[in-house]
Design a protein around this ligand. Structure first.
Ligand code: COA
Length: 347
């Protein structure tokens, strides 16, 4: 018995923040951002939208498109680094908004690896025989913790959410063996220093802008390439697969140069590597499920996917999965919000 993805949903806000707009507020240029990151634009949620709204919208998209019975969902795992509140759990808010009345909900924060960690937890819950149907959602409103005066970070991130339905299967399809890693020595290289119990919000934290995300970009970059390359290779070995047996790679979307370097290290053709960072930037817990959602029509029954992530913590990992049979879709599909407008985000 294993766990297989049978439905996918996604949501991105309609407002677009372009490189041009960013270059009007910090010392950078459209060309620099594209050349060094591959990002052309990112989506930004409005002030009234919290992470739970993004998550609930992605879940609604999944439920609506694949005729999922809300009452059958037994658990909701919400991967997020930007919860609505420090307390109460965002998962409780999403359960309420999505009317998942028979599900328990829990938040999981492993930053950019959060969705992969939650997927592994969910797969184990199903493989234990105790659960049959779970929803796993990765959602982040990164614009709520990004400093739009800091050119080292504000160019990178965007808002969004992606959700998958994980179900029990007796077939050969579904999640294979996963490797998850944590190295706490990396915490200071990528973190929001203030606002938690170590350094509660204060006049000082507001003054020094330490309630925003800080990172040592070059160090994180090098660690991400090395860690994702190694763990992907290890996951292939663990699942007794060769690189040429992988049909699609779905990597965390942090920087196009990281994605390219990981693909090259594995010897996998770039056409097999899924990339949407140009449109969404780094949406943290949402990058992998948003990629699955974006490219779901390319994945065919029986194909092998490799998923790999790296994020704050440091947290990283990789898994392989054999794409299964998706639930029958409704013929009329809701698409991404077509209303698109440019925004300038300022704090
Ligand atoms: N526009 C123009 N110049 C910029 C810039 C920007 N937005 N951001 C940094 N620079 C400058 C730096 O100040 C530095 O100038 P200096 O040489 O005069 O000191 C120069 O560009 C090179 O800086 P560096 O940090 O080495 O650039 P980089 O090529 O590594 O790109 C990142 C910076 C942040 C894009 C890159 O390091 C990165 O993507 N890191 C990983 C971040 C990440 O993935 N975080 C989330 C993890 S999941």
């Amino acid at each position: 018995m294993s766990a297989v993805i049978t439905a996918i949903g996604g949501f991105v806000p309609s407002s677009i923040l372009t490189n041009k707009k960013i270059s009007e507020t910090v010392d950078t240029s459209e060309e620099w951002i594209i050349k060094r990151t591959g990002i052309k634009e990112r989506r930004i949620a409005d002030d009234d939208t919290a992470t739970s709204d993004l998550a609930a919208a992605a879940i609604e998209n999944l439920i609506e498109n694949y005729n999922v019975d809300r009452g059958e969902i037994e658990a909701l795992l919400v991967a997020t680094a930007t919860p609505d509140h420090i307390l109460a759990p965002t998962a409780s808010i999403v359960c309420e908004k999505s009317r998942l009345t028979n599900a328990f909900g829990i938040d999981m924060n492993a930053a950019c690896s959060g969705f992969l960690y939650a997927l592994e937890m969910g797969a184990n819950m199903i493989e234990s025989g105790r659960y049959k149907k779970l929803i796993i959602v990765g959602a982040d409103k990164m614009s709520s913790i990004v400093d739009y005066e800091d050119r080292n970070t504000c160019i990178l991130f965007g808002d969004g959410a992606g959700a998958v339905l994980l179900e029990k299967t007796e077939s050969d399809y579904g999640l294979m063996k996963t490797i998850l890693k944590t190295d706490g020595s990396g915490v200071s290289s990528l973190a929001v220093p203030a606002g938690g119990s170590r350094n509660p919000t204060s006049m000082q934290s507001l003054l020094h802008r330490t309630h925003y995300l800080k990172q040592d970009g070059a160090f994180v970059f090098k660690r991400a390439v090395a860690a994702m390359s190694q763990v992907s290779q290890d996951a292939l070995t663990k699942n007794e697969l060769e690189a040429d047996q992988i049909d699609w790679v779905v990597p965390h979307q942090a920087n196009l140069r990281i994605i390219t370097a990981v693909g090259e290290s594995l010897g996998i053709d770039f056409e097999k590597v899924k990339v949407n960072i140009d449109r969404y930037g780094n949406t943290t817990s949402a990058t992998v499920p948003l990629c699955l959602w974006d490219f779901k029509d390319d994945f065919k029954e029986g194909q092998n996917l490799l998923i790999t992530t790296f994020g704050a913590g440091f947290s990283w990992g990789a898994t392989c999965l054999k794409w299964g049979v998706m639930r029958e879709k409704k013929t009329v599909q809701k698409t991404k919000d077509s209303k698109v407008e440019e925004v300038l985000v300022a704090h």
